[in-house]
Write a protein that binds this ligand. Structure first.
Ligand SMILES: C[S@@+](CC[C@H](N)C(=O)[O-])C[C@H]1O[C@@H](n2cnc3c(N)ncnc32)[C@H](O)[C@@H]1O
Length: 165
């Protein structure tokens, strides 16, 4: 959830949200901002590599964060996130791809590893893929114009059955 930009956007649009990050400063900042806006966000200080979602969620949203999952554990983590999603629930996710790391930008979060081409989609073989694309956006953060490169997926869990991958 970082400093909560997306979380606050979703809360503003009526979602009941739970945000997760391992950085207490980022969480504190998000909580202050949400409080100032009168928005009821829930947060957890946790590590995504091991965090267990309790309950079932209608939407899982992640932007520029799942690169911090080590490649060897990604399939298991995605399977867990998918089990914790209601039938017909939605995952909307973007991750940085190899082009992002070939020429790191000044605002890249250190410690992440790229997703291989087609990797993100490979975790959603048994879901309906509503959107699957590569995205490049210009950015001027840090005073040096540069581009970011993502893989983006929006997928829906099947109606019934406990399908994951
Ligand atoms: C680019 S930010 C996410 C930005 C967010 N989408 C927003 O709306 O602002 C990536 C975040 O991932 C967090 N992060 C990195 N590794 C993590 C891990 N293993 N577990 C939980 N959070 C992690 C970082 O602390 C950072 O806040």
């Amino acid at each position: 959830m970082g400093r909560g930009r997306d979380l606050i956007f979703l809360s503003r649009h009526g979602f009941r949200v739970l945000g997760v990050d391992r950085d207490p400063m980022a969480i504190a900042r998000a909580r202050r901002r949400a409080a100032g806006l009168g928005l009821p966000i829930r947060t957890e200080l946790a590590d995504l590599r091991t965090y267990r979602l309790r309950g079932s969620y209608e939407v899982l949203f992640s932007s520029s964060a799942l690169n911090h999952l080590p490649p060897s554990g990604r399939a298991r983590r995605f399977a867990h996130f998918q089990r914790a999603t209601v039938p017909e629930g939605i995952h909307a996710i973007n991750v940085f791809d190899a082009k992002e790391y070939a020429r790191p930008s000044p605002d890249i979060d250190p410690g992440g590893l790229p997703f291989r081409r087609g990797e993100l989609r490979s975790y959603y073989r048994r879901w309906s893929v509503l959107e699957d694309r590569e995205l490049a956006l210009e950015c001027r953060f840090g005073g040096r114009p540069h581009r970011h490169f993502w893989q983006v997926i929006v997928a829906q869990k099947p109606k019934s059955g406990a399908m994951t991958r």
